[in-house]
Each structure stands twice: as C-alpha cells, then as structure tokens.
Design a protein around this ligand. Sequence first.
Ligand code: MSS
Length: 363
Amino acid sequence: GEEPKSLPDYAAWKERNALIVHSANTMETKRGAIGNGVITASDRLFVRNNLPAPPEAVTENPDVWEVNIEGVKNPRTLTVGELKKMGVTTTASVLQCSGNGRAFFPHGAGGTQWSVGAAGCVMWTGVPLKDVVKALGGTVAGAKYITSTGGETLPDGLDPKTVVVERSVPTRALETAMLAWEMNDEPLSNTHGGPLRMVVPGYYGVNNVKYVKNIAFTENQTDAKIQASGYRIRDVGVKGAPDQPSMWEMNVKSWVTAPLTTGSSGRNMIYGVAFGGTVALEKVDVSVDGGKTWKQARFLGPDLGPHAWRPFVMAADLQPGEHRIVSRATDVEGNSQPEGRTDNERGYGHNGWKDHGVTVAIS
Ligand code: MSS
C-alpha cells in the first residue's frame, strides 16, 4: 500500500489520526472523527489552502497585522489592535469547502476527492464588518460586492490574477460578515487564517478569506480567476465563466457519522450532523432502509444559532443484515436535501441524501 502522508509543517499540530491527508494543502476530517460535539475541535478541523500559507511568524504579534479598507467614505488601513477596539461578537458557523462531497460524483470531478470531512462547525470571535464600515463613514454609493484579498506571498513568474485568493460576495452578506482573530477561544492559528480572517457565516469556505489584507466595497466582482471562472456551477465539460452561479450561500445538508460499517443487532444509536447554510435548520429525518421509511431524529446539545450545525441522534432497532442508513435535513423555509445530486463540472455543492448514506452490516 501507499505510505500514509504526514502532516505539512504548518499543520503539524493537528491530530493526524483524525485526518485524511490528501496533500500538503488539503486535509479532511475522517467521518468517524467528527464526533457529536457542537463545535469541531481545532486539531480535527479540515484544512484547505490554495496557496502556500504565509510564514507562521505573522501570528506571533497578531495586533500589528494590517488590513486595508476601500470603498468606504473614509478609506484607511487598520491594525488588528485597532479593530479590537471597534466592536466584538462571537458567532458559531459551519466552515465547509465548496467541493465537500466531490468524491460522490461519478463523472470524476477534478480536484481534491473530499468525502464528508471538508467541513466543521467553528466558534469565531471578531468585529462585525458592519461596525468597521460604520466607523469609516459607510460604503460608497453603488457598492454591490465585498471583495476580500488573502495575504499570501504570490509565486513569482505568474500573473497574480490567476493565483491570488480574492473573493467577492454580495453586500447582503454585510449583515453577518465579521473579521475574526479568534477561533474556538484561541488566537486564530496561521493554519486557519491568522492573524485575521474574513468570516461570512453560511457561505462556502472559499469566501472566508484567510490572512485578509484588503477589503474593498466594489461595484463589480473581482476579475481574479478564483472568482471569475473558479468556484462556478456549470454542466460537466463546460468551462467556468462569470455568468454561472458562484459558490456563495450554502445549501441544507446532513450526513451520518456513526455507525459507519458494522454493528450488532438490537438497539443502535445513529448519529450525524446537519445544517441549513444561511437558513436555520428545522429538522432531520433518518432512514435505516435506504429512504423507504423515515423517522425524525433528535438534536443533541445547545443550538448555537442559524449558522451552526446541529448534531443529531436517533435510536433504531436493527435486525441482522445490511442496512442503508441515510439522513435528510430540512431548513425553516421548507428546503429539504434532494435525493439525487446535481452533476456539475467541478463537483460543487453536493447535498443529495442518497450518496451521503452509509451501508452498515449488522450481525
Ligand atoms: N484564504 C486564503 N487566503 N487562501 C486560501 O487558500 N482557501 C479557501 C478559504 N480561504 C483559502 C482561503 C478555501 S477553498 C477553503 S475551503 C477555506 O479557506 C478552508 O479553510 P480552512 O481554515 O479549513 O483551511 Mo474550499 O470552498
């Protein structure tokens, strides 16, 4: 077999046994390591870097990190130290890669073959972006997007537009967006975007720009490749283009986390996690017969708000034999996970309940 890959230096503090290391830039949480907690332990949280992370030294003195704010009445550069005096809030939100579930697409969508573990629920502390905007006199007229730029040093010899992590989200996200310097009650690590990260609750991972160094309120979306043609939903075989849907708001989703392979007959506790994206979750139904019959599961632990996930549990009496266990979440607006998947070139946004199930042998 293949040598198990070791953790890259910038993520060496992670719990190796809880992770599938796809590459030095992509590590996912094993399905069996997600657990039943409301918050994902930092050392188990997935990692996805499109570029090499900045040197760890940037997090040694986080308060001196600078972010430039443009597209406001009084544009200026602010340090993290200054941001800390402008306002503060704490929010739990699901961080999920756009390609989580890509491994289930039969056409072999290119990119990291994430199963379910490119996701976690994280507690962020930072300043609401709208407090910052208010302090700088409000946004300029005509601003339709919030454009955030990552602070990585770009590789030499390449057109910066083709590599920079720069993402635009609609200004409606200003209601909940924040600039975070803490994750899970600790200073934000370099691995997850410290000293400062743009957090857009309910939006796919890619919009949560790490090491954020520039925020601009703009009339147009950035023409950086990661925005213009990357992270766009299109049919298989079609190239990315700005007129296709961008990976912004997440859809309603859930999956089973235990049992995964085997069990003994009689009473079994079936566990999983579920979230609604930008819409709060209403309920989760679980089926132990592949979707023929459903029963509502019970949420576990406290409700940490509309952007957090909710662990769930359902007791089931299982007879010997194979059981296909699936879960289906519904949000408060009545959107439920579909049975199937929407095939798309890059394998984004998969929330179909059928593919996300598990087959368990009961003896
Ligand atoms: N940011 C920056 N700066 N860079 C990079 O690379 N990536 C993305 C986000 N942000 C990046 C950023 C992605 S893509 C994701 S998912 C996320 O991040 C992740 O996170 P963590 O912390 O986990 O690593 Mo997909 O949609």
